[in-house]
Design a protein around this ligand. Structure first.
Ligand code: ASP
Length: 320
């Protein structure tokens, strides 16, 4: 007897923030490419975990996003990366934080998830773990794009000439929150989620945000939904926002209702800004953000939808 197949679906984001006009097309193209890369996996009956990794890899390598190459620089002018991955079938999770020699942190987060009992590795330990598994270390400079170096230097100059300007509060060049993430549902009904980031501009060395924190920056549970969050990491962590949103789906709300409620809560309790993508076990999608813009894309059997400037119009339809 043939077992009923779930209709696969995939949602990605390229961060919620100001996203300057001259970056809109770049971000739009980037999330579309990522969604198609993830979809190519799901379409040939690949796993949700593989689809999430494939989608995020394209955005880490893209150079436009605050993830992998092209990430925002920290106060020392270096790239310092965080990422997480979670498998909703087993609740296995893996994450790395504050790494400087890893080009594709999502793959190392996945390796943590699948190959060791630990969940989170940081700094040099995470780099050593990656090297031991055969991930070739990269030079930090190779992750720095000329654009990010220029923005860093400009902000530094401004704060040197007016000491009351806090470089960490700057969103120079329309960069703010351009973290990337993906949530996938495969044809076996398995959900997976991942998030990858360079964090915030001019962040202090060693600062880690919500992105690699399981339940804050991402979560996946086959019984309810998967989520990836982007935005003000300190606020997102304090509300454990990703898991909070997934739990609302478990309580019976639609993913869009849960996404809206999560952003409302973030605003009401902490006056903070963020965005999130949700995908439930039925393939229903929820996307919400209270930043000016958010890059997102949704891919299922009926095609691709993406935007940087528009809101997502949710239907309760299951991905075709
Ligand atoms: N949430 C990330 C962080 O706080 C930033 C972002 O989403 O852009 O590190």
């Amino acid at each position: 007897m043939e077992t009923a197949r779930t209709r696969p679906a995939l949602v990605v984001h390229g961060g919620a923030g100001d996203i300057a006009d001259d970056l809109v097309d770049l971000f739009d193209a980037g999330v579309r490419r990522a969604a198609e890369a993830g979809w190519a996996v799901l379409e040939r009956s690949g796993s949700a975990v593989d689809a999430v990794e494939a989608a995020i890899l394209t955005m880490e390598d893209d150079g436009a996003f605050d993830a992998g190459r092209g990430s925002i620089l920290n106060e020392d002018g270096r790239v310092q990366l965080d990422a997480m991955m979670m498998d909703g079938a087993t609740l296995a999770a893996g994450a790395i934080a504050a790494v400087e020699t890893v080009g594709n942190p999502i793959s190392v987060a996945r390796a943590v998830m699948e190959r060791v009992p630990q969940v989170l590795f940081v700094g040099r330990g995470a780099e050593r773990f990656a090297e031991a598994l055969g991930f070739r270390p990269v030079d930090n400079e190779a992750l720095v794009t000329p654009r990010e170096r220029r923005l860093f230097d400009e902000t530094r100059r401004q704060s040197d000439s007016s000491p009351d300007v806090d470089p960490a509060a700057s969103t120079a060049g329309g960069r703010g929150h351009d973290t990337v993430g993906a949530v996938a549902l495969d044809d076996r009904g398995n959900l997976a989620a991942g998030t990858s980031t360079g964090g915030k501009a001019h962040k202090p060395v060693g600062r880690v945000g919500d992105s690699p924190i399981i339940g804050a920056g991402g979560y996946a549970d086959n019984e309810s939904a998967g989520v990836s969050v982007t935005g003000d990491g300190e606020a997102v962590m304090r509300l454990v926002l990703g898991k909070w949103a997934v739990d609302r789906v478990a309580d019976g709300r639609s993913p869009q209702e849960a996404a809206d409620a999560a952003i409302e809560r973030l605003h009401d309790r902490l006056a903070a800004r963020a965005g999130l993508i949700l995908l439930d076990r039925l393939g229903r999608v929820g996307i919400c953000f209270n930043t000016p813009r958010m890059a997102w894309a949704v891919r299922h059997g009926d095609g691709l939808q993406a935007s940087v400037t528009e809101r997502y119009e949710a239907t309760d339809e299951v991905g075709g």
